[in-house]
Ligand binder design. Structure first.
Ligand code: ZN
Length: 110
């Protein structure tokens, strides 16, 4: 499901997690050690609108089909930080780059 290079393979899709190795990249938040994929215009970025705004990049979320459902949820780390939840064929995968268990000044819980 996930390889050593942080690529998630699920439902026939490959998604790079906080890296820029695949065409589809998930960016968990706008800290530079997680947001490198934002520099490439060819990448399809999956991130919160706040993360995109902090990176000064417009994003068009990728479309997933074949029963793959991907959603973003607050991770409480910084403004716009999320965790990714991917579901396919009864399997669930959750990832985030950094998180906090309580809300900070720039985050709001779900
Ligand atoms: Zn961080």
């Amino acid at each position: 499901m996930i390889d050593g290079e942080m690529n998630l393979s699920l439902g026939g899709q490959k998604i790079s997690l906080d890296r820029a190795q695949q065409r589809i990249c998930y960016v968990s938040h706008a800290h530079s050690d997680h947001a490198g994929a934002m520099k490439s215009k060819e990448k399809l970025i999956f991130a919160s609108k706040e993360t995109a705004a902090l990176a000064r990049r417009q994003i068009v979320p990728p479309f997933f089909d074949d029963g793959l459902h991907v959603s973003l949820h607050n991770s409480g780390h910084i403004l716009g930080s999320t965790q990714l939840k991917a579901e396919h064929d009864g399997r669930v995968f959750v990832y985030t780059g950094d998180f906090m268990l309580s809300d900070g000044l720039t985050t709001i819980g779900e």
